[in-house]
Design a protein around this ligand. Structure first.
Ligand code: MSP
Length: 511
């Protein structure tokens, strides 16, 4: 069985994650489930990033120890991932003992072989972003990422010799054209960072305590990025002198799914770290676009944060999954507002899908007391629908393999839309008036049931519980992804997605 190791970024435990963070996990989950359904031996890892100055400050504000703080937030993050049906196989925490130990070993090894040296860091530091900036990187004198004040800081620090590996990295990126996707991100990395010359990376801090101490100089803690990035290998059993069977089996990762803001860390620092350790590089890093609120970044200070559990209350798990997967395309940011969510829910989930399933089962029950087989009386309307359904899995596979997940889910909904059009074209209620047309009518209903069955199966990785529910309603256990000949019976229609009253819901959420 071919293996597929997929990871997400590990989420900061500075606070409760919002729907933007959740998007990435849903995206990776859809890919992981898809690969599993297609016979891959999948290892799907996600987790939490728990060290750093920001978290230390948050804990202080909350009057608890940093460990107490991250325990609580990590638990909450896991609860949200579970709530959204995320099928992760492993959940890593950077405060796990084993992770901490291996990170120390990695740091020691890099130091001993001369890739890390002691120097001094001078610069403008943004505490919330935990990043140093140069004067020219600031925007209006403030942090270019979050817009807050930066402070002039200088400290003794360890540095990683990035420059040493620059040519080797460039060659790897050029020799492996699909290592960084989308290609616009790859060009950005090459032209804006690698070609102008890499700076050595500061990899320790003395200004705070909440981190993994450097073994041979404990006044320093290992800077979060070395600590965080290592999760992808520590948690599957890498160590500097021996590695587990799991590591040997699953590494290198087949896909790192990360947001566009941290692609630099994953396509420059991470590969260089691995090169220095003599470990092979991941096969692909996908820097996905973002989900924005009214086309703006979500932040507490702007008061425009949407939380996953609150959205699930209103739209259900699959309502939220559908919106996220459909709305953010392969390379362009998506937008989320309550109005858009309601509209999309009503048009796609309630009308196109929900009504289709409901109408089809109702017709089967009304005209054939629920027993439907293929009577083989075909009509001119059938061919297009049948070939669309028979090609669906291979089309969707192509789209998932090229990481076009919004394209994949739209392709499935195209089949459901085509089914609705097929109902309009074949007009079953007219056929039902004439006993002569009985076999044609049964064939039409059969074609609809087969299309719904295959559509629901292909939909499984994206909306798992909806898929299960539909298959249960049409009472089918058949797993074939092509039109076949089955007998349908014992079907039961109950609405999958109820139409939302927009005004009422907006009132309820106070808009
Ligand atoms: N802890 C680091 C990642 C370390 S990986 C070795 C981090 N954490 S984060 O919590 O800030 O972000 C986690 C992921 O969520 C990142 O990939 C980030 O790009 C993504 N997103 C944050 N806001 C987002 C949106 N609004 N939309 C989509 N993804 C977003 O960065």
């Amino acid at each position: 069985m071919e293996k597929f190791y997929i990871t997400t970024a590990i989420t900061y435990t500075s606070g409760k994650p919002h729907i933007g963070n959740m998007y990435e996990i849903i995206l990776a989950d859809a890919i992981a489930r898809f690969k599993r359904n297609h016979g891959f031996d999948v290892l799907f890892q996600t987790g939490t990033d728990e060290h750093g100055e920001k978290i230390e400050l948050k804990a202080l504000e909350a009057g608890v120890t940093p460990k107490e703080y991250v325990d609580q937030v990590s638990k909450e993050i896991r609860r949200l991932w579970d709530l959204l049906d995320i099928s992760y196989d492993k959940f890593v925490r950077t405060t796990d003992k084993h992770h901490e130990e291996v990170v120390r070993h990695i740091f020691n090894k890099l130091y001993q072989q001369g890739d890390i040296y002691l120097g001094e860091y001078k610069g403008l530091y943004c505490v919330p972003c935990e990043s140093f900036f140069t004067e020219s990187q600031l925007v209006d004198g403030k942090c270019p990422d979050c817009g807050r004040e930066v402070k002039e800081t200088s400290e003794e620090a360890y540095f990683f010799k990035m420059k040493k590996y620059s040519d080797k990295l460039l060659k790897y990126i050029e020799d492996n054209p699909s290592f960084i996707v989308p290609v616009s991100r790859k060009n950005e990395m090459i032209n804006n960072f690698i070609k102008p010359g890499l700076q050595d990376l500061c990899v320790s801090r003395t200004s705070f305590k909440w981190g993994i101490p450097v073994d041979f100089n404990p006044s320093h803690v290992i800077y979060v990025w070395i600590d965080a990035l290592a999760n992808y290998i520590t948690n599957i059993g890498y160590d500097t002198d021996s590695c587990s069977d799991e590591f040997k089996k699953y590494w290198p990762a087949d896909l790192h799914v990360v947001g566009k803001d941290i692609i630099r860390f994953h396509t420059i620092y991470w590969p260089i770290m691995l090169m220095a350790l003599g470990v092979s590089l991941p096969k692909k890093v996908y820097g996905h676009p973002w989900l924005l609120f009214q086309n703006d970044k979500m932040s507490k200070s702007k008061g425009n944060i949407m939380y996953p559990d609150e959205l699930v209350e209103l739209f259900g798990v699959d309502g939220v999954r559908y919106y996220c997967l459909h709305e953010v395309s392969f390379a362009n940011d998506g937008n989320i507002t309550y109005e858009l969510l309601i509209d999309r829910y009503n048009t796609d989930l309630a009308n196109i899908l929900g009504n289709l399933v409901n109408r089809t089962i109702s017709m089967a029950n009304k005209y054939f007391v629920g027993n439907v087989t293929n009577k083989g009386v075909s009509g001119q309307e059938d061919d297009e629908l049948i070939s669309l359904v028979n090609d669906l899995d291979s089309e969707v596979t192509g789209l998932v393999d090229s990481l076009n997940i919004s394209g994949a889910i739209s392709k499935i909904f195209d089949v459901f839309k085509r089914c609705n059009k097929y109902i309009d074209e074949t007009t079953p209620w007219v056929l039902a008036k004439d006993i002569e047309n009985r076999d044609r009518l049964e064939t039409v209903i059969y074609n609809l049931l087969e299309s719904i069955r295959v559509g629901a199966l292909v939909l499984n990785p994206f909306l798992p519980s909806t898929s299960d529910k539909i298959l249960e309603e049409i009472n089918s256990k058949d797993k074939s992804l092509k039109f076949g000949s089955h007998e349908y019976s014992g079907m039961n229609a109950s609405p999958i997605f109820l139409r939302i009253d927009k005004e009422e819901m907006l009132k309820k959420i106070n808009l």
